[in-house]
Design a protein around this ligand. Structure first.
Ligand code: DC
Length: 212
């Protein structure tokens, strides 16, 4: 069973995906880490973020087993990831890895921007997680503060708006709910309530499949 969890930055889609995977004993892939790992390598080598050849070469050499989540989760890396993620050749280069990850075994939970729309359009469960930009900015600020990064809520809010715009306006695989995705608005939900709502969606899909 493939579970596609998509949504904008700081919508808590990653936490939900992780919790769903643990609950249903499925494997989990945070696909944002792929773009973040490419972006981090490009920043370290002082490459331009629109260098197509370099991005593709770095992507082909990635070892997801070595992803250092703490370093990849840094704010600047997320911003850079949003830029490199607009390169169509890079998206093509990392597509097979994501599909291979999802196949086999009892299934998987993948979270990102285009899982339900491009990577697994046939996913059994598709959830598009949203929240207002204000709620997402507050969460991102708390996350960064607890990781020891200096935060300015106004700047984070502006970055979130800019990132939404970039991720939604790009020509390839833009951030957009798949037509058959279930929308889950987490603006007024804490993580436990959001998780219960996500489980309800999965259970309803499963019950429908049994009946059908
Ligand atoms: O989910 P995240 O913040 O870790 O993602 C970082 C950036 O990577 C995001 O701004 C857009 C890009 N991304 C993408 O284009 N497609 C995905 N499936 C996952 C992330």
């Amino acid at each position: 069973m493939i579970n596609a969890i998509d949504g904008p930055a700081a919508s808590v889609k990653g936490t939900l995906a992780k919790k769903l995977a643990a609950h249903y004993a499925l494997r989990h892939l945070d696909t944002g880490l792929i773009y973040r790992a490419v972006a981090k390598a490009m920043l370290e080598r002082a490459l331009r973020l629109d260098d197509v050849e370099a991005a593709v070469a770095i992507a082909k050499a990635l070892d997801p087993a070595k992803f250092d989540e703490a370093a990849l989760k840094r704010h600047g890396v997320g911003e850079a990831a949003s830029h490199v993620a607009a390169i169509p050749q890079l998206r093509a280069a990392v597509l097979a890895f994501q599909r291979d990850f999802g196949r086999g075994g009892p299934g998987a939970v993948l979270d990102g921007r285009d899982i339900g729309s491009v990577i697994f359009p046939q996913a059994e469960v598709k959830i598009f997680v949203t929240a207002t930009p204000q709620a997402r900015a507050r969460r991102r600020a708390a996350e960064l503060a607890s990781a020891g990064e200096a935060v300015n809520l106004g700047e984070i809010m502006e970055d979130i708006r800019a990132r939404d715009e970039r991720d939604s306006a790009r020509a390839i695989a833009p951030l957009r709910p798949a037509p058959d995705a279930h929308l889950l608005d987490t603006t007024h939900l804490d993580i436990d309530a959001a998780f219960r709502a996500a489980v309800d969606i999965v259970e309803a899909v499963r019950a429908g499949r049994k009946r059908g």
